[in-house]
Design a protein around this ligand. Sequence first.
Ligand code: SAJ
Length: 396
Amino acid sequence: MGLGYIGLPTAITAAMHDITVVGVDVNPAVVEKTNAGVLHIVEPGLAEMLRKVVDNGTLHASTIPEISDAYFIVVPTPFKGKHEPDISFVEAATRAVIPFLKEGDLYVIESTSPIGTTEIMANIIFQERPELKGKLHIAYCPERVLPGNVIYELVHNDRVIGGIDEASTAKAMEFYSKFVQGELHATNARTAEMCKLTENSSRDVQIAFANELSLICDRAGINVWELIRLANKHPRVNILQPGCGVGGHCIAVDPYFITSAYPTEAKLIADARAVNNYKAEWCAEKVINAMLRFEIEHSRKPVVAMMGVAFKPDIDDLRESPANAIISKVMQGSNNSRILVVEPNVKEHHVFKLTPYQEAYRTADIVVFLTAHTPFRSLPWDDNKVILDFCGIFKR
Ligand code: SAJ
């Protein structure tokens, strides 16, 4: 249930392992494309695999579920209100499969979900189908794959699997063992739900530490890149890299699933979110200040290059990208300066006109590095430009 960034690769991977899969999505365009063997997401190597499993008939897509032995819920869990998780898609997908469930079936949620979601869905299922109580296997198993490396990680990453009872855990483990070569770790549903939120919150907190260091170092006149490199020479220290904020649809989102439910306890997690959000605002302020200074010193407006819109290096995914927000803010405060926007990984942007990166770098008076795309690393340092390197291209 759900043929998005995780559901579709999972469906394809299962189909590659001789499991007959019906990929269900509410979007008819996604279903049509999938059945035509055309990939609607960007993921290296996946298009060939999709064509293969569609051609040999192990995967087909539909807008409605079909009778199966195992059902996987892989739909988004966005926010409602400010930062409250919205599990209505999980519930809708669950309600859609309820009529098809039969004794002995497996039902697994993979969507990132607030603690208790699996139990809530189990209750909904048994309310509608009381005769199945004790006769279904219900579990939670979060995905952990890194976009760009999905095919490898779906098979090789360890998985945490938590059932609502031991028989459910065992049944889900048996299923995943058909295509997962990583280790399968058994637990209960609540721990598995929290485990997913913990993994991404842990990364968010660690990035916040690096971002906080970058703010301190900027005030203290210390090169943060050198500082972190040296501190990491300690055998038990491993500090991540600062950037222009935290983006994507996971790390900047999942910690709120904890903070909204446990506001009294989740202090560090909430502060880390605040630091990472603030870092993007701070970067925008830095750019606007540099532009004002340039105008005063040169009696003309600067040309500014904003390098990178994607939320992390070498991908085309612009979702929840702090770079996007920084560029918009700089444009608002730009006082008619020329702003060149660069994103080498996409052909077109629905708001910004894009400029090739070499041309932007050559033309600009102020160059702002927002995303550490590999091609940017071959650009030469130029003393005649103001360079704001928020993501460590030059590490100067
Ligand atoms: N970032 C930094 N500094 C760093 C590392 C990352 O600022 O040192 C920033 C990136 O630029 C980006 C953001 O963090 O804006 C997130 O990027 P990421 O590479 O850390 O993670 P995602 O969002 O692509 O994928 C994460 C992964 N989770 C963890 O590494 C704990 C992935 O395994 C999950 O499956 C995925 O979230 C998910 O779907 O939850």
